[in-house]
Design a protein around this ligand. Structure first.
Ligand code: UTP
Length: 294
């Protein structure tokens, strides 16, 4: 029987250079979309998928993330005195249950594969999820929940996938897909290539930042081999699991925003604001003014 996915890794050790100067002293994962930090969206998605253990792989200058999920005595006291019960409930919701959170450090940002490898002893030999907070997904059903449900029936490893423009394959890990079986959302993966040029890409089906990974990946990451960009790539270690266990791409229902990129981040602000009853009408009112001014 397939083991249930109980643990999730949040790699938050990256430098976020594309968002300088904002990320000079503030973690990229704390950038807000509307009024909520990216990392909180990722944690909420994991909770909705039934994750019980939250493992953050942090680095230098990432203290704000730990503080965000912790109890804030001063804020609690002030809000209580002012009888701001709605805000008290809002901050109480952010806290994770005692004993469910672990922080480990990635001493150097050597790549996503290295970040995941840093959590190896905290995960052990069981399937685990990885969520990249800068990939933000707007969907009716949380993306990781969709994946966990599919994983329960097929097991092995699974990556969230979506179609991208041929000229964008160099930004992603790209899947070599096999023939689709019963469920059109499940794409058998025959191969994975990190950031291929369009002419070398096996398809236009790209891996985005949601993974369910078999514990066997740690033996592959142990090799500490570098790949594209001189980084230890998760994609390369995952590619070595193919053929040894079930390996699927999952075409999730929802829209993904690349919040590690300025354009994607701005688009996410609008898309999420338009979902909010308190903001949607204001956004709709001002947007045409800016669109017309160009
Ligand atoms: P990115 O590829 O977006 O890199 O990482 P980055 O360093 O955060 O940002 P730029 O490219 O310099 O602007 C994707 C995710 O993987 C994590 C990041 O924190 C981000 O959530 N990551 C990346 C690590 O945890 N460690 C690394 O060594 C690299």
């Amino acid at each position: 029987m397939t083991k249930r996915v109980r643990k999730a890794i949040f790699p938050v050790g990256g430098l976020g250079t594309r968002f300088l100067p904002a990320t000079k002293a503030m973690p990229k994962e704390m950038l807000p979309v509307v009024d909520k930090p990216l990392v909180q969206y990722a944690v909420e998605e994991a909770r909705a998928a039934g994750i019980e253990q939250f493992i953050f792989v942090t680095g230098r200058g990432k203290q704000a993330i730990e503080d965000h999920f912790d109890h804030s005595y001063e804020l609690h006291q002030v809000l209580s005195q002012r009888e701001k019960y709605d805000l008290l409930a809002l901050i109480a919701d952010i806290r994770l249950p005692a004993g469910s959170v672990t922080y480990t450090r990635q001493p150097e940002a050597l790549g996503l594969g290295h970040a995941v490898w840093c959590a190896r002893d905290l995960v052990g030999n069981e399937p685990f999820a990885v969520l990249l907070a800068d990939d933000l997904i707007l969907s009716d059903q949380p993306c990781l929940k969709q994946m966990c449900e599919a994983h329960a029936s097929v097991g092995g490893s699974m990556v969230a996938v979506m179609d991208v423009l041929p000229e964008h394959t160099q930004r992603y890990g790209i899947v070599a897909p096999g023939p689709i079986g019963g469920d059109p959302k499940l794409v058998p993966v025959l191969g994975l290539v990190e950031k291929p040029k369009p002419e070398a890409a096996p398809s236009t089906l790209a891996v985005i930042g949601r993974y369910i990974i078999d514990g066997a990946v740690f033996a592959e990451l142990d090799r500490r081999e570098t790949g594209a960009g001189g980084e230890i790539q998760l994609t390369d270690a995952l590619a070595r699991l193919i053929g040894r266990q079930p390996f699927h791409g999952y075409r999730f229902a929802g829209e993904r925003f690349d919040c590690g990129d300025k354009v994607g981040f701005l688009e996410a602000q609008l898309a999420f604001a338009l979902q909010r009853p308190d903001l949607a009408d204001h956004v709709k009112a001002f947007l045409p003014r800016y669109a017309a001014s160009t």
